[in-house]
Design a protein around this ligand. Structure first.
Ligand code: EPS
Length: 391
C-alpha cells in the first residue's frame, strides 16, 4: 500500500514528505525530481518568494545509488527563506523581533481564523505556516517519483491551464501528446496562445488592482490499463480518490471528471461514450470508447481511455487591498493581515495537479499489480494484458 504524508512549515526549516510502500528497483536520477520542483516554481503571477527559493530535493532515506530499495522514502526540500525567519520559526528560541509579531487579523478565505479556534492559538502564524501552498513542493517531489514509476509502464501525465479569471482557453482539440510541448513553453501553461496572452494581461491587471485571480487546470493521464480503482468499495473508487487528492491541494474548490458539470445539460444519449471493438489493442484491450465524455473512468475504474479531469482553484486569499475582518483580541472591525503572496498561482497548479494525479494513480497501480519490486509489477501487468487481450 502506497502512503504519502507531508510535514513542514512555509518559513520553517523545510518541507518534507514520506512515501511509504514504494516498490524497490526503480532507477532514477536526482534531476528526475529537481526538474519538476523547478517547473512548479515557474509561471506568471508568482510573488517575491520564488526569487528567494531554488527548490531542490534532499533524499534522506529509501534510495541508494540511484535505485529505490523498498524502504520508506523521506524527502526534504529545504527553505532558503528560513534564514530570514529563524527568530520567528525556531523550535526552541523565544520569538523576538518584528517578524514574530502575532497575527491576530485573520484573512477571510484562509485557514487563519478557524485554525486558530480549533487548535487554540492566539497567533494565526501557527496556522498559516502549515496551511500555506508551499506544502505543494513536497507533493511535487513525491509525484516525481510516482510519475517515474508510472512511466516504466507507459503511463504519461500532463496538465495545462484552461482558465484564469474570466479568460477561457480553446483547448478542445489539443491532443494528449501535444499538451506538454505547448504548456511547458507558455508562461501561464496554456496551450491556446491568444488566451495565454489575455491571461497574462488579466494577471497584470489584478496585480495593479491589488487583487488575485483563480482559474482552472485540466489534467490528463493516458496509457493506463483498464480496471484501476474499483466499483466495489467507496474508499477504493478511483474517481473518489482523484477527487480527494485534488481537493486537498491548497485553494482548490472543485473537481470534475470528464465533462462533469459542463455536460449535465446533455441527455444520456449525448453524454455516454459508446463501446466498440478495435483491431489494435490499446493497453492490452481491444475495447475502446467512441468519445471520452466520462473522462476515462466507468464505475470508478479506468476504462483505458485518457483520464481527464478539471480542477478549479479559487483566487488566493491574501489581498494587497485587505478585506474586512475582526481583530481577535479586541473584536473590533479590522483589515486582514497582508503577507507577501502571489497574484495568481494557477500556472503552478498545473504541475501540482500532475503530481497529485501521479501519486493517486501510482497508489491504485501498486494495489492492482503488487508493489514489492518494479519487475514484479511489470510481470503482473504483462500477464493482465495477455488475459484481457483475449476478451
Ligand atoms: C503562500 C504565500 C507565499 C507563496 C507561497 C504560498 O509565500 P510567502 O508568504 O513566503 O511569500 O509564495 O508559496 C510558496 C512559497 C511556494 O513555494 O509555492 C501561502 O500563503 O499559501
Amino acid at each position: 500500500m502506497l502512503r504519502y504524508l507531508s510535514a513542514g512549515e512555509s518559513h520553517g526549516r523545510g518541507i518534507f514528505c514520506l512515501l511509504d510502500g514504494f516498490p524497490a528497483g526503480l532507477k532514477l536520477h536526482v534531476d528526475d525530481i529537481n526538474f519538476w520542483l523547478a517547473e512548479r516554481q515557474k509561471g506568471y503571477g508568482r510573488g517575491g518568494r520564488q526569487r528567494i527559493e531554488k527548490d531542490e530535493v534532499d533524499v534522506l532515506s529509501g534510495i541508494r545509488a540511484g535505485v529505490t530499495i523498498g524502504s520508506p522514502i523521506l524527502l526534504a526540500v529545504w527553505n532558503r527563506d528560513y534564514k530570514n525567519w529563524e527568530a520567528a520559526m525556531h523550535p526552541w528560541s523565544p520569538s523576538t523581533g518584528e517578524r514574530a509579531a502575532k497575527i491576530i487579523q485573520p484573512r477571510p478565505a484562509h485557514a487563519d481564523l478557524v485554525g486558530a479556534m480549533k487548535y487554540d492559538h492566539d497567533d494565526c502564524r501557527n496556522v498559516l505556516e502549515r496551511a500555506s501552498a508551499r506544502e505543494t513542493a513536497a507533493r511535487v517531489a513525491a509525484g516525481a517519483l510516482c510519475r517515474k514509476l508510472l512511466s516504466e509502464f507507459g503511463v504519461k501525465i500532463a496538465a495545462h491551464v484552461v482558465q484564469i479569471g474570466n479568460v477561457l482557453a480553446d483547448v478542445d482539440n489539443v491532443d494528449d501528446e501535444d499538451v506538454h510541448p505547448c504548456s511547458m513553453t507558455s508562461e501561464v501553461r496554456c496551450c491556446d496562445e491568444t488566451a495565454a496572452a489575455a491571461m497574462v494581461e488579466a494577471i497584470k491587471k489584478a496585480k495593479q488592482d491589488k487583487d488575485t485571480l483563480g482559474g482552472v487546470v485540466e489534467g490528463r493521464a493516458w496509457g493506463l490499463p483498464q480496471g484501476l480503482g474499483t466499483y466495489t468499495q467507496w474508499d477504493q473508487k478511483l474517481d473518489a480518490r482523484i477527487a480527494q487528492s485534488m481537493m486537498s491541494i491548497q485553494a482548490v474548490k472543485a473537481v470534475e471528471v470528464g465533462l462533469g458539470f459542463r455536460g449535465i445539460d446533455r441527455p444520456g444519449s449525448r453524454f455516454h461514450d459508446e463501446i466498440f471493438y478495435a483491431d489494435v489493442p490499446r493497453c492490452g484491450s481491444h475495447y475502446r470508447r467512441s468519445s471520452n465524455n466520462l473522462g476515462g473512468t466507468e464505475g470508478s475504474m479506468t476504462n483505458g481511455e485518457t483520464v481527464l479531469i478539471r480542477v478549479a482553484m479559487k483566487p488566493i486569499a491574501t489581498l494587497m487591498q485587505p478585506l474586512r475582518t475582526v481583530n481577535m483580541e479586541t473584536h473590533e472591525v479590522a483589515e486582514a493581515v497582508m503577507e507577501r503572496s502571489d497574484a495568481c498561482a494557477v500556472p503552478a497548479l498545473a504541475i501540482i495537479v500532475e503530481s497529485a494525479l501521479a501519486i493517486t494513480l501510482a497508489e491504485s497501480f501498486i494495489e492492482m499489480f503488487g508493489g514489492d519490486t518494479v519487475d514484479a509489477m511489470r510481470r503482473n501487468i504483462e500477464s493482465y494484458y495477455d488475459r484481457i487481450e483475449k476478451r
